[in-house]
Design a binder for this molecule. Structure first.
Ligand SMILES: [Zn+2]
Length: 349
């Protein structure tokens, strides 16, 4: 059976969340991704032990929301929403403010607002995040768009040719790996190193996830270059602790506005074939944000959903619920039309 899901965020009142979950169930969905940002973990995870707040079962807020999802039969995904600013998402990172020394450094020496995958403090922080996320009762931890700092995403004025990361931890790891000093120019070996370190980081976190009894999904950005992730996706597909290979071909933001069909079908074919080869599940995300209300755009949502379903993926999600109606900075112009178009193209079973 096709898995059909959406991402869910922003609502932290379990009673309100239950109302939405009931509706998603009625609309035919059977999976949900709950964002678990640094803020969620700081304020909606723990339960005060010195005060009876009257919560059902004595669980923290996020645990209650996850439990309510599972009660309705959803497979539950949890993602590190913008944690350390090295994963995708509309959330802030307190970690990078508290730990400036753990941030990535440009090849020209300046620090950037994103944690470094090789920094030991961030690594430990993420081990703890992983254990906490799994302890919510998540079925799957969703490693969402892991990437080294991408300057154009943040409007940073980065010197020409500068790249990350050349912090002390990265320089030490590079020296250890290649027995030479890390260059200040972005060589082929630097790209190879960045990819290898990204995979190394994910593999460690995914092993912790498995130890905690949850599965792993890795969502790669829909590009095949070292700037956005991995040139060769086999590098992640072949890792033992990976269970679900995912990408999010958001045609309208990745400069493919006119080609939802070809963009989505290309990446659908890519994850499906790699998933077959490595005995994984495959998943595609459909763009449900930042779309205008033109009929052609809504039609493109239909096309994208059809391409993913017909392409044979195991799972289709939309980012995000109600086409991001509640997130004014990225909401769709006609969120209801987008959401309904997507749901309409999903098969009943
Ligand atoms: Zn670094």
């Amino acid at each position: 059976m096709l898995e059909k899901g959406t991402s869910y965020f922003g609502v932290r009142d379990p009673k309100h969340a239950e109302t939405d979950l009931d509706r998603f169930e009625e609309e035919g969905l059977n999976a949900i991704l709950h964002t678990f940002s640094e803020r969620d973990r700081e304020y909606f995870y723990d339960l005060r032990d010195d005060l009876d707040l009257g919560y059902d079962g004595g669980a923290g807020t996020m645990e209650q929301i996850v439990a309510a999802s599972k009660e309705r039969g959803f497979r539950v995904y949890v993602n590190p929403w913008a944690v350390g600013r090295v994963f995708g998402g509309e959330a802030f990172s307190e970690f990078i403010g508290r730990n400036p020394e753990s941030c990535q450094r440009l090849s020209t020496g300046e620090r950037v607002p994103a944690a470094c995958f090789n920094d030991p403090t961030f690594r430990e922080f993420m081990r703890e995040w992983t254990r906490d996320a799994a302890s919510l009762g998540a079925d799957v931890l969703f490693w969402d768009e892991p990437h080294w700092f991408i300057p154009e995403w943040h409007g940073e004025n980065v010197p020409e040719g500068a790249w990350t990361c050349r912090c002390e931890s990265c320089q030490a790891a590079y020296r250890e790996r290649y027995d030479e000093q890390m260059p200040a120019t972005q060589t082929e070996r630097v790209d190879e190193f960045r990819e290898a370190m990204l995979v190394d980081f994910l593999e460690e976190m995914m092993e912790i996830t498995h130890e905690a009894g949850a599965k792993n999904a890795v969502c790669l950005l829909p590009s095949e270059d070292a700037e956005h992730g991995l040139r060769d996706w086999q590098q992640i597909a072949e890792r033992d602790p990976l269970d679900i290979l995912v990408t999010d071909p958001y045609w309208n933001i990745f400069d493919h506005a006119d080609s939802a069909e070809t963009f989505v079908s290309y990446f659908t074919e890519k994850v499906v074939s790699l998933a077959d080869e490595y005995d994984l599940e495959s998943q595609i995300w459909i763009q449900g944000f930042a779309l205008d209300g033109d009929p052609e755009t809504v039609e493109a949502v239909r096309t994208a959903t059809r391409e993913a379903v017909d392409g044979g993926v195991d799972s289709v999600f939309m980012w995000g619920y109600d086409a991001c109606r509640t997130v004014s900075s990225i909401a769709c112009e006609d969120p209801e039309a987008v959401w309904d178009a997507h749901l309409d193209e999903l098969p009943d079973s």
